[in-house]
Design a protein around this ligand. Structure first.
Ligand SMILES: Nc1nc2c(ncn2[C@@H]2O[C@H](COP(=O)(O)OP(=O)(O)O)[C@@H](O)[C@H]2O)c(=O)[nH]1
Ligand SMILES: [Mg+2]
Length: 312
């Protein structure tokens, strides 16, 4: 049955607030704990290893449920997840995006999924959870999503978040020795000097606290075990290690950090704009422009017409 009232409400109101992220680019989803300066009261200062492990594990479980997730960076009460909606191997041009890039869906499902995983895991990591939850209620996270059009800016994004982690850790370490008033207006070198005067060296703190943590998809092959349901026989098969926590991440601006970051971030398949440029060098080339639409082909994988993609 036609629902004309429903159609009109959707057309005039609901659909007009639907926003979609542009396709074939990098998407960053940042998830942040709401009012965590209060929620974390009672946890160890300047850092709580159990809380960090809880954030790492939540992020790992979250990433395994997100289509197109590549890696995630976490520090303090926040996580930045990198998603792609293209096939880095260049085999397919028409890949899909998580919720087709629908911003409201990405933010609402992202926040509720992360929140529920976190609250589900909290008891395994933090002692006296019952007490914590009674006093504070369950943790809540917000989510924002946006696109970054090029790979170098994605690298710069992660550098920005890591700089924030480093600044936060110096400040937290200083606040654990001095009052707010004593730390007020001091820059990071001055705060480090003040920490030093208390007999501690900020450089000696754990890497996870100083630089944050990375979660990534480890493609290294490992042996998995399963039971053949029909025969009951145990079988071994090869599978990737899967979502993993990187033990001690490098400083991203260092040579090691840069190489590592670029080995993680997939490159957008290159498309040659020259007509019929069938060299092996680039992933795709334009084979023809017909009826005002360019058709793209791959030497390795054949034709895929961009005009066949959904545009509405
Ligand atoms: N005790 C403790 N607190 C932490 C730890 N990591 C993050 N936090 C807290 O989480 C807050 C996160 O900062 P921010 O998102 O700006 O504050 P919010 O707006 O209150 O969530 C920090 O200010 C810390 O108070 C930790 O390891 N131990
Ligand atoms: Mg927060």
């Amino acid at each position: 049955m036609r629902d004309s009232l429903g159609d009109r409400i959707k057309e005039c109101y609901e659909n007009r607030c639907r926003f979609y992220l542009p396709r074939r680019t990098y998407t960053v989803m940042r998830i942040d704990g709401r009012a965590f300066s209060t929620w974390t009261r009672g946890l160890k200062r300047p850092y709580d290893e159990a809380f960090q492990a809880l954030m790492d594990t939540t992020t790992k479980l979250f990433c395994s449920k997100v289509q197109g997730a590549v890696c995630a960076y976490t520090q303090s009460d926040e996580v930045s997840i990198l998603l792609v909606d293209f096939d880095p191997e260049g085999k397919k041009l028409t890949t899909s995006a998580w919720f087709d890039g629908n911003v409201q869906k990405l933010c609402s499902v992202g926040a509720s999924m992360f929140t529920s995983i976190f609250n589900d895991q909290v008891g395994d990591f933090i002692k006296d959870t019952d007490q914590l939850l009674r006093e504070r209620g369950p943790a809540v996270f917000d989510t924002r999503v946006f696109i970054i059009p090029d790979i170098v800016e994605v690298y710069n994004y992660f550098i920005w978040r890591q700089n924030d982690a480093t600044r936060n850790s110096i400040q937290s370490a200083a606040y654990s020795f001095y009052s707010d008033k004593e730390c007020h207006g001091k820059n990071c070198s001055e705060l480090q000097e003040m920490i030093f005067q208390k007999g501690q060296n900020w450089n000696d703190y754990p890497v996870r606290f100083k630089r944050g943590g990375f979660i990534y998809y480890d493609k290294t092959a490992t042996v998995g075990n399963a039971v053949n349901k029909k025969t009951g026989e145990e079988i071994e098969f090869e599978r990737p290690v899967g979502w993993s926590i990187y033990p001690e991440i490098p400083v991203l601006t260092s040579q090691e950090g840069r190489s590592w970051m670029f080995s993680l971030i997939p490159k957008l398949p290159e498309i040659s704009y020259k007509e019929d440029d069938r060299s092996e060098e680039q992933d795709w080339y334009i084979s023809k422009v017909e009826n005002g639409v360019a058709t793209i082909e791959s030497v390795k994988y054949g034709t895929i017409s961009s005009s066949k993609e959904k545009h509405d």
